[in-house]
Design a protein around this ligand. Structure first.
Ligand SMILES: [Zn+2]
Length: 120
């Protein structure tokens, strides 16, 4: 699973490695805003990745950790949400966040069940 690119990568450009397990991620929405090409979709924006202007935009907007949680957090935001993300990116981020919350609940239940069976 570590080698599988997460679904959020459709909306981020993958930069160099930030640490041993995660790459840097650059929000395509933020890059689009920086390049003044708001009319492009995420796929077409990614198509410009070899352009020097794209690289400059990356340097300006800055990277976040290419981890699903951090990417979702950038799109949905806490105090400061990303106002440049596409509606597709926002929808996907919401979906993944919901899934993750459900996953947490499920895991907690399993742990409790395991503890009970060990005691018996
Ligand atoms: Zn952004």
């Amino acid at each position: 699973m570590a080698h599988q690119k997460g679904e959020m990568w459709q909306y981020f450009w993958q930069g160099p490695k930030e640490n041993s397990s995660h790459h840097q991620a650059f929000c395509l929405g933020c890059i689009r805003n920086q390049l003044d090409i708001a009319q492009l979709n995420d796929k077409d924006t990614l198509g410009l990745a070899d352009e020097i202007t794209f690289k400059n935009a990356c340097a300006t907007v800055g990277s976040i950790l290419g981890e699903k949680k951090a990417m979702v957090a950038h799109i949905l935001g806490g105090e400061r949400s990303c106002v440049h993300a596409s509606s597709e990116a926002t929808e996907k981020a919401k979906e993944l966040k919901k899934k993750e919350q459900k996953g947490k609940w499920a895991r907690t239940d399993e742990v409790e069940e395991d503890a009970d069976s060990t005691n018996k």
